[in-house]
Design a protein around this ligand. Structure first.
Ligand code: COA
Length: 708
């Protein structure tokens, strides 16, 4: 879609309201009222067959009667009138239908919604909605919503899937004096979705922060692509409902079953540089701060406090939210020597003690901000009897005014009624002041995370890794011809080797002699595994023997495997027995990649072994995954210290594990017919000694059929 076309949605020359009504109880009345009261810069055309007048505008009986250009038609007529109204809009040359009406896919009326979009597209129109509360755009002073009105212009754009919450947010933004550049209700997302709007807002000079409220992701691949690029230039905050386990996806592999939909969402948002807030309040605090605070020039923050206890609390909060504290003790001592009482502490937190005055705070913060190596300030204050609260409020205001455009600063104040009132007043003025250290440091942490993303380089280190797609497809096609949607172990190994993964040495034996010769070629100890399309769960069928140390153990195991497999499944066709190198111990990890229902190709990494299901110590990223992202995935699991080497062990070969993630991610991104690939375990050895893919499973969609 062209920018010009989207611009007509945010800066329309004329807006028609089809279903405008003189009845104040109707949505069509409220929309016209908000448009008039918000001072919309273009032409307003209320449409109602009964004609009449509304807020000084004469109603038109039909859109055909309108003379000027109409870029947006807001449809507020019952669902069974929507198609006719849309056809009228098409004839008039409208660019965007903003369909408020409910009664489409949200209640199962998929056909009606499809017809609406088809009709719109046939006339070159785009559809916002249906089932929405409308759109607000500060640049044209257009409030075409049926919300409570009173939206303040500003720098935060909100895109919301939830109608009720979105309308409630209007009231909240007004009461918190949070200015908006845009507010868009996307409802059923039949046509325009978050990605379209984000693309436009990314280049909107008035928008500094985008807040997304998402309930479900559709076309996640496009959303990921868009978010990845938007967060290079703007802060993006997301609130998503559905953290609970109910959203977990059913799937045939670990990669699937470990992928609680919400965990995948969480990790992918992090990958995209999007900040995910836990609650609406947290999101509001973040966007408010992000829209007004300057970007830091470095990582080191200084805490100034009049109480040791809250200083420690703030230190904990800094650790939780990833805010680094300035740590050069001699510099701290010399910087604060002249501004603090003798019994204070110049360590960071800088403790001015309970006797501190407003002036002491001012001098300390001036000292912090006077240094180019101290990058952000956190001022904490506990109410004391000695303190003149009014003087403190005045100081706080003046410090904020002095530094608001140069360095990030947050305040947390504790106390009784006077402090509560002060917080309320200062917040209305836009000062980042909070009643809790965690809230204050959470906003600073959000700024730091987003800032790190903004300055991240897109340039990928090293040559790109390519995968031999044609060769791998040949293996899949062979198996597909046999009607299978999964690969046998030796086929999966073929794919893994083609991918460049290091596998244990393996030889397929079709009789006892071959098995013995294979074991001798590989070297003892060996593992033996049955190869049969009819036996999927080999261990359950007695089809695996481990740690075979000599010829006689190989002979016994061969016979035992054949016997127990045939007992397990008498008609099983046994293609042979695979003799495999017994892999030496290392850190067992799991690496997988799959086609996710929401996000498309997704890669997974985690701690492997038998407790994988219990520990669920895994991380996800949308694929393909870059080298940096693969290392971040590895670094984000709880068991990461195992790979760094514990109790005097050597550091493990993290680079080789990252390489396996990249290869699997690239494979599922390029071969969409592979629904799941999983290596469990991928044994990771000491640094420089690589990894070994012990067991590889691959599920795929045969042409026109489903994976097994
Ligand atoms: N062109 C212009 N006006 C038309 C029309 C047409 N083709 N057909 C009907 N109208 C007029 C009606 O006569 C009425 O005007 P009146 O008050 O002067 O009689 C007006 O449009 C509205 O139609 P009405 O039948 O009274 O519907 P309504 O206002 O009760 O409900 C909706 C319409 C769209 C609000 C309702 O169907 C709906 O979907 N409500 C839910 C909206 C919602 O919650 N959206 C999601 C928010 S997050």
């Amino acid at each position: 879609m062209t920018r010009e076309s989207m611009d007509r949605l945010f800066n329309p020359r004329g807006v028609a309201v089809i279903g405008a009504s003189t009845n104040p109880a109707k949505i069509g009345y409220r929309i016209v009222e908000n448009m008039v009261k918000s001072g919309y810069a273009g032409q307003i055309y209320p449409i109602n067959p009964k004609k009449g007048e509304i807020f000084g505008h004469s109603m038109h009986a039909s859109l055909a009667d309108v003379d000027g250009p109409v870029d947006i038609a807001v449809l507020s007529v019952p669902a069974d009138h929507v198609l006719d109204a849309a056809a009228e809009c098409g004839a008039k040359g409208v660019a965007h239908l903003v369909v408020v009406t409910s009664g489409f896919s949200e209640i199962g009326n998929l056909e009606g919604e499809k017809e609406l979009v088809a009709l719109a597209h046939a006339h070159g129109m785009r559809v916002l909605g249906p089932n929405i509360f409308g759109i607000y755009s500060a640049s044209s002073r257009l409030d075409a919503t049926f919300g409570p009105g009173g939206i303040l212009p500003g720098h935060v754009a909100i895109i919301t899937q939830s109608g009720a919450l979105g309308i409630a947010m209007i009231g909240k933004t007004a009461s918190e004096s949070l200015g908006l550049s845009a507010l868009i209700s996307v409802g059923n997302k039949s046509d325009l979705d978050e990605a379209d709007l984000l693309t436009y807002l990314a280049d909107d000079p008035e928008t500094r922060v985008v807040l997304l409220y998402i309930e479900g992701v559709r076309n996640g691949e496009r959303l990921v692509r868009t978010l990845r690029s938007v967060t290079r230039g703007k802060h993006v905050v997301v609130i998503k409902s559905g953290r609970s386990a109910r959203g977990a996806m059913a799937a045939a592999s670990h990669t699937g079953s470990l992928a609680g939909a919400d965990d995948v969402f969480d990790d992918i948002m992090r990958q995209c540089g999007v900040l995910r807030a836990e609650s609406v309040q947290e999101a509001f605090d973040w966007v408010r701060f992000l829209s007004s605070a300057p970007l830091p020039s470095g990582e080191d923050a200084v805490i100034v406090t009049n109480g040791g206890g809250i200083g420690v609390l703030a230190t904990d909060a800094c650790e939780k939210y990833g805010v680094r504290l300035y740590d050069n003790q001699p510099v701290l001592a010399s910087t604060f020597a002249s501004v603090m009482p003798e019994f204070g502490s110049s360590k960071n937190p800088v403790d001015l003690t309970g006797q501190a005055t407003g002036e002491d705070y001012a001098r300390s913060l001036d000292a912090v901000f006077g240094r180019s190596d101290m990058h952000a300030g956190i001022a904490l204050y506990c109410e004391t009897a000695l303190f003149d609260t009014q003087q403190f409020e005045a100081f706080l205001r003046s410090v904020y005014e002095r530094y608001r455009v140069t360095k990030p600063i947050v305040f947390a104040l504790f106390g009784g009624e006077r402090i509560e009132t002060m917080i309320r007043e200062l917040r209305t003025e836009g000062v980042p002041v909070f009643g809790d250290v965690y809230e204050a440091i959470s906003v600073l942490g959000a700024l730091y995370r987003s800032w790190r993303r903004l300055k991240e380089s897109d340039v990928e280190e090293g040559p790109p890794i390519s995968v031999p797609v044609a060769e791998i497809r040949r293996v899949l096609q062979r198996a597909g011809k046999e009607g299978r949607g999964f690969l046998l172990a030796h086929e999966a190994a073929e794919v893994a080797l083609a991918l460049g993964l290091c596998m244990p040495r393996a030889i397929l034996a079709t009789n006892l002699d071959e098995a013995v010769r294979a074991a001798e070629t590989i070297g003892y100890p060996v593992v033996m595994k049955v190869v049969s399309k009819d036996i999927v769960h080999k261990s359950d069928a007695g089809g695996v023997a481990l740690n075979l140390e000599n010829q006689s153990e190989v002979v016994d195991a061969y016979q035992a495997i054949v016997r127990s497999c045939l007992r397990h499944k008498p008609d099983a066709v046994i293609e042979g027995i695979e003799v495999v190198e017994m892999v030496r111990a290392g850190v067992e990890t799991i690496v997988g990649a799959r086609q996710d229902a929401s996000f498309g190709p997704v890669a997974m990494f985690g701690l492997g072994g038998i407790y994988v299901e219990v520990m669920k110590d895994v991380s996800f990223r949308a694929a393909p995954v870059s080298g940096r992202e693969a290392r971040e995935m590895i670094g984000s699991i709880r068991s990461y210290p195992l790979l760094l080497g514990v109790r005097g062990e050597k550091r493990k070969d993290i680079g080789a594990a990252a390489d396996a993630i990249i290869r699997l991610g690239r494979l599922v991104a390029e071969c969409r017919e592979i629904s799941d690939i999983e290596i469990n375990p991928l044994v990771v050895y000491d640094y420089g000694e690589g990894v070994k893919a012990v067991d590889v499973r691959i599920l795929f969609h045969t042409q026109g059929g489903d994976a097994a």
